[in-house]
Design a protein around this ligand. Structure first.
Ligand code: TRP
Length: 444
């Protein structure tokens, strides 16, 4: 018998998985570059027509099988069971994502610790500090990465209820409260109004083909799809949970936190005249720290709160990348949870170190392939190749391979006939095609 989440534990754990670094540096920038709320509307539309559709399909697989991903495909496939069960091994993508995600968590940990004491006062200095962390201070990188990774594996080794649920149930509200305080604080700055305009006033004229592709990619990434995380968490979904409303609240929390992060980040970007087009590490680690430094001690407190909330968001996502494989080893290979966690810690630790060495100036040559660092290769391989393929496989599996009867019995009480029909149609014909289109356009 599986260990089950409580209802709220399930929602918070899945929301914790969805809300991550993507919300902090992908969402705000893409929204900013693509016409504010016009992009948010597009993103919501694609979320509902594509990602949410596949999200529900993953929930169905987990809930019907109550098993780890490999076993789930095996159990549910009517024939060619062995062949289908290999689809469960997309869980490895989650480990690959974890390997570089945990390196970023190390950076965040370092910034959380340091931000209370000192912040760089100009952009050049700040850029130097960040580059130096990557290229020279290998020891600091390693120590922070090791601590971050140990925390995540420790939590997962404690199990679904005592580890994952317990952590999410306090960390997600804590993250939310920190963000609310920061949003309220931002309102006192002139930049806030500009930030709100930038994010929320729709400008449809900026939308183009690339916006559609970015929105679809983002919708896929932020819902943690295509790596069997949702299948695994849904295997511990408590009976009689309303699948539709819980899933909708998860999508809602995810978008809301993206918008809050965006409001905070852009308030300070506009307040101090920095570049709103910047994305990723440059935005968070370089620009934002300088902007906070202009506020004196308050800035230190804000920076600390900001990095702490980022750390929380990252940890709750990171543990959901480890759990699918841990659960597989425990459920299908008879490992103890502790042994499984230790083994996977070892594997991802080595990959993480390769990422770190790919940035370190003495070794970067060895860990760079075809002009791409090891870190970038893992990122590219997972986001652009493995996740889309898995999305297509999942929709075909639930849409065409397994019988529709148990799926209908599971979902009908929450959705009603019409909504079910729409979902089933989107799952069979629209979602796989849409993902195929991103897959092809991203890789040519
Ligand atoms: N959703 C997370 C974020 O926005 C990142 C993520 C992508 C993820 N794929 C995942 C998390 C798979 C857990 C599992 O940052």
């Amino acid at each position: 018998m599986n260990e089950k989440f409580t209802k709220i534990g399930f929602i918070l754990a899945v929301a914790g998985s969805a809300v991550g670094l993507g919300n902090a540096w992908k969402f705000p920038t893409l929204v900013g570059q693509n016409g504010g709320s016009a992009f948010i509307l597009l993103y919501l539309l694609l979320t509902f027509c594509v990602s949410f559709v596949i999200f529900l399909a993953e929930i169905v697989i987990g809930r019907l099988s109550e098993s780890d991903a490999v076993n789930a495909f095996y159990k549910l496939a009517p024939k060619h069971k062995k062949a289908w069960s290999t689809a469960g091994f997309f869980m490895i993508s989650a480990l690959l994502i974890y390997s570089f995600y945990s390196v970023v968590m190390g950076w965040i940990l370092k910034y959380t610790a340091v931000s209370l004491f000192s912040l760089p006062t100009n952009i050049d200095k700040s850029g130097e500090i960040f580059t130096s962390l990557l290229e020279n201070d290998i020891l600091v990188s390693l120590i922070c990465f090791t601590i971050a990774s140990l925390i995540c594996f420790y939590i997962v080794s404690k199990g679904v209820k005592n580890g994952i649920e317990r952590l999410n149930v306090w960390m997600m509200p804590a993250l939310f409260i920190l963000l609310i305080i920061m949003v309220i604080y931002s309102m006192f700055y002139d930049g806030f109004l500009q930030s709100a305009k930038f994010l929320l006033i729709p400008d449809f004229s900026v939308l183009n083909k690339d916006s559609v592709l970015s929105a679809l990619g983002l919708a896929f990434f932020t819902l943690s799809l295509g790596v069997t995380t949702i299948i695994t968490y849904a295997a511990s979904l408590p009976e009689r949970t309303n699948i539709l409303t819980s899933s909708l609240s998860i999508v809602f929390i995810n978008v809301l936190i993206g918008i809050m992060m965006g409001l905070i980040v852009f308030t300070f970007i506009f307040e101090f005249g920095a570049d709103p087009g910047e994305q990723g590490p440059g935005l968070i680690f370089v620009s934002l720290t300088v902007l906070f430094s202009k506020l004196g001690f308050v800035g230190n407190v804000l920076a600390f709160a900001f990095f702490l909330s980022l750390l929380f968001a990252a940890i709750t996502s990171a543990i959901s990348m480890i759990e699918p494989s841990v659960y597989y080893l425990v459920n299908s290979q008879r490992f103890s949870r502790k042994r499984a966690a230790e083994l996977l810690f070892g594997v991802t630790y080595v990959l993480g170190i390769f990422c770190i060495l790919g940035y370190y100036k003495e070794t970067s040559g060895i860990f760079t392939f075809g002009g791409k660092s090891f870190f970038d290769i893992l990122d590219y391989l997972t986001s652009n190749v493995l996740m889309p393929i898995s999305g297509i496989v999942t929709s075909i599996f639930v849409g065409f391979v397994i019988s529709s009867k148990p799926v209908k019995i599971l979902l009908l009480p929450y959705m009603g006939e019409t909504l079910f029909k729409i979902w089933y149609f989107l799952l069979r014909f629209i979602a796989p095609l849409a993902v195929l289109v991103i897959f092809i356009t991203q890789n040519i």
